[in-house]
Design a binder for this molecule. Structure first.
Ligand SMILES: *[C@@H]1O[C@H](CO)[C@@H](O)[C@H](O)[C@H]1NC(C)=O
Length: 393
């Protein structure tokens, strides 16, 4: 090669090296920008994506636990766990357009604030069609976590010393119905109108003594009596099963029968009745007082559920079939959050929130079979309680 040619080639190689060096510097700078994040959160949630939408998501979810809780009603660690579960078990996939965490955040934000699709379009910079498609995808993935997130019932043991539950050996928890408002066609309103005149569905919820859902059954219209919903739930395949020797606490809207322990009718019952220092005078009153204190867990469960997810507090924009599915999803998320065991700000808020009053006794009862054995069983518990109460006095 002649000298002049060699010089040119050398110069070109030099330029190329310089360019490569500059490129890696730029890459290093870009990476450095993405590094200002809390160390304890795993990388997955921060996969580098320099799209402006990611910045929005970062501000909403990852900047602090306070904003995260305000936006999606759970803390960052719980959110991250949820994304991980949906990804690995629920089969939710990142797409070219949206990573898993953004899909999940959008879904939770809709449940938490019941915002209209149009508002989400603005907040997340996505089209209406995209939002509703991803909403359904995340919903289905969440429901696939059902067997994992629903609480497995555990009976109260003989030697339990929980002051609320020790009276109820073998008890698995409490159940009740709650009404959730819906929008339906005028032609269907009759079936959905409950006794207070609201258009609702009647959702049966069963929870454990520690306030996690064991079973949720959202399929009935608001006009259905609680007892009827329960009867349907217990006779369906994959419905509610109560093993022999176990039972749930129910209110006076249900009949007292095998597997479901109800209070005595026509007696003092509600917690408020006992707050003014009134002391039980009979075994039945004593039973009702203790029953009410323990059964209250299901009222609290529903109360916190509705406090957390605004979509359950006002008539939904969604069709009933979809609504039934996201009611279940809300309960599953409730369990996940309770399970994390971190202090839940909603526990305190609940005190000032007006829990819907429990079913009154004038509800028509749809009898499941009442048996003498079961009636005597209740009598026996009541007598033991009262004997104990008198002895302690
Ligand atoms: C979600 O599940 C429902 C019921 O199983 C199904 O009809 C629907 O097509 C699913 N939607 C998506 C987006 O996968």
């Amino acid at each position: 090669m002649e000298p002049r040619r060699r010089e040119v080639v050398g110069l070109m190689a030099g330029c190329l090296a310089l360019l490569l060096a500059m490129r890696s510097m730029v890459v290093a700078m870009i990476v450095a920008v993405g590094v200002g994040r809390p160390r304890h959160l795993p990388d997955r949630t921060f996969r580098l994506d320099f799209h402006t939408k990611r910045a929005n998501l970062r501000a909403m979810i990852y900047s602090s636990d306070t904003t995260c809780f305000n936006q999606i009603r759970m803390y960052r660690a719980t959110f991250d766990k949820l994304c991980h579960m949906l990804d690995t078990i629920g089969g939710l996939r990142a797409t070219r357009h949206m990573l898993v965490d953004e899909q999940v955040a959008m879904f939770l934000h809709i449940l938490a604030h019941h915002v209209k699709n149009r508002v989400i379009q603005f907040e997340f910079g996505r089209s209406g069609e995209t939002i509703s498609r991803y909403f359904k995808l995340v919903l289905n993935a969440t429901i696939r976590l059902q067997s994992l997130l629903l609480k497995k019932p555990e009976a109260i043991l003989e030697d339990s010393n929980d002051h609320r539950w020790k009276w109820f050996k073998g008890c698995l928890g409490a159940l009740d119905g709650t009404h959730i408002r819906v929008q339906v066609l005028a032609a269907h309103k009759g079936r959905y109108r409950n006794r207070k005149g609201d258009i609702t569905t009647n959702v049966l919820g069963v929870c454990s003594p520690d306030g996690q859902f064991i079973f949720v059954f959202p399929e009935w219209e608001g006009s259905a009596a609680d007892g009827r919903v329960l009867r349907d739930a217990t006779t369906r395949p994959h419905g509610l099963r109560v093993p022999l020797g176990n039972y749930y606490l129910v209110d006076a809207g249900y009949s007292n029968c095998q597997g479901f322990l109800a209070p005595y009718r026509g007696q003092r019952y509600h917690l408020n009745d006992w707050r003014q220092g009134h002391q039980p005078q009979t075994a039945h009153e004593c039973f009702n007082m203790r029953h009410s204190a323990a059964r209250n867990v299901i009222e609290r469960c529903f109360g916190i559920l509705k406090l957390r997810w605004a979509i359950l507090r006002s008539p939904s924009f969604y069709p009933v079939r979809l609504q039934n599915r996201y009611i279940v999803a809300c309960c599953l998320l409730h369990n996940l959050i309770r399970r994390e065991g971190v202090q839940d700000p909603l526990d305190e808020q609940l005190e000032s929130f007006d829990i819907e009053p429990a079913t009154d006794e004038n509800m028509p009862i749809v009898p499941l079979e009442t048996t003498d054995v079961w009636t005597n069983y209740r009598e026996q518990i009541a007598n033991e309680m009262f004997a104990d109460f008198v002895a302690q006095r």
